[in-house]
Design a protein around this ligand. Structure first.
Ligand code: ADE
Ligand code: ZN
Length: 334
């Protein structure tokens, strides 16, 4: 089997995808019409032309604007369902999905509306597509600590449907330290923790995510390579990095895919995984990310296998479930 056939058939978990970042222009138009909301684009093509980013912030401005058309529970259901259909195409059998409640609650949409729509799609994905999932609630780091505490409070009645909390949005200038107390409370409430760190921000932010937020995984973390001591710690602790290659390319974190460090990180022994981040905005879902790095970096079948196994090992599913999925991966190589 060549690498590209393997990418198609190998089971994988996705651990870093923002549900608002899976919003395809066609669905955005449909929901905008349904909710009678004006969007500043005349066509799907015009939307796609706006997807020309030079850094994280230039993307976030457009991403938050797109999310404005999401109002009803059904909108959140449709958004998540469309993503699960992409998972089925890519043989993503488990996904841990970020959502940004403040993007919606700040516009007057109730927390319950968001979570109920997403949860219903997760239930249907399991029943109809056999895809398991978890939801991870992210705090927007450009907003205040108070706002994060308020969001945590709103999440408590839905605790059974939210496995963890995360930290996203504009990284530079908003270090993990700003949310140390919120994360401590979230942990005390039983949530697992992850945080975006080292995407555009320096290695110091990764240290803070580890030491102050006590995260279970680092989202992105590609700048860890600049700090040898940090690299050693990540390797020693088998700390997963959820790397998003097409995102890094589109947001100019790397100039060219041939310069991406994911293969080097893997070879040095860091527990890296492949993910799509905001696939509708960055030009591709899970398999497109695998294909892009395989073409640019010449990944071997063995490396693709390790990346798939890493995705299950780094996930928040039970040990038994991990074994079932990893056995499926190994069976492909019998
Ligand atoms: N929100 C959605 N995508 C993001 C990313 N790549 N970094 C930070 N915040 C985000
Ligand atoms: Zn992200």
């Amino acid at each position: 089997m060549n690498q590209f056939d393997l990418i198609r058939v190998i089971p994988k978990a996705e651990l870093h995808v923002h549900i608002e970042g899976t919003f395809e222009p066609e669905l955005m138009f449909k929901i905008a019409q349904r909710n009678q909301i004006e969007i500043p684009y005349k066509s799907v093509d015009e939307i796609k032309q706006a997807y020309n980013f030079h850094n994280l912030q230039s993307f976030l401005d457009i991403y938050y604007a797109g999310a404005n058309v999401l109002i009803q529970e059904q909108d959140f259901y449709d958004l998540a369902w469309a993503y699960f259909e992409k998972c089925a195409e890519d043989n993503v059998v488990h996904s841990e999905i970020f959502f940004d409640p403040q993007t919606h609650t700040d516009r007057g949409v109730a927390f319950d509306t968001v979570i109920l729509g997403l949860k219903r799609a997760c239930d249907d994905a399991l029943e109809k597509l056999g895809i398991s999932s978890h939801l991870i609630m992210c705090f927007l780091r450009h907003l205040s600590e108070d706002s994060a505490f308020e969001t945590l409070k709103q999440a408590l009645p839905h605790k059974e449907h939210i496995i963890g909390v995360g930290l996203d949005s504009s990284e530079v200038g908003h270090p993990p330290a700003k949310f140390e107390r919120v994360f401590a409370q979230a942990k005390a409430e039983g949530f697992l923790t992850v945080a975006h760190a080292g995407e555009e921000g320096p290695p110091e932010y990764i240290w803070e995510a580890l030491d102050l937020l006590q995260v279970n995984r680092i989202d992105h973390g590609v700048r860890s390579e600049e700090d040898a001591q940090l690299m050693q710690r990540l390797i020693n602790e088998k700390m997963p990095l959820t790397v998003c290659p097409l995102s890094n390319l589109k947001l100019c974190v790397v100039e060219d895919m041939s310069q991406h460090n994911i293969r080097r990180l893997l070879q040095k022994g860091v527990h890296v995984t492949v993910n799509s981040d905001d696939p509708s905005y960055f030009g591709g879902y899970m398999n497109d990310n695998f294909i892009a790095i395989t073409q640019a970096l010449n990944l071997t079948n063995d490396e693709i296998k390790t990346l798939a196994i890493n995705s299950f090992e780094a996930s928040f599913i039970s040990t038994e479930q991990k074994k079932l999925y990893i056995d499926q991966v190994n069976n492909l190589f019998q």
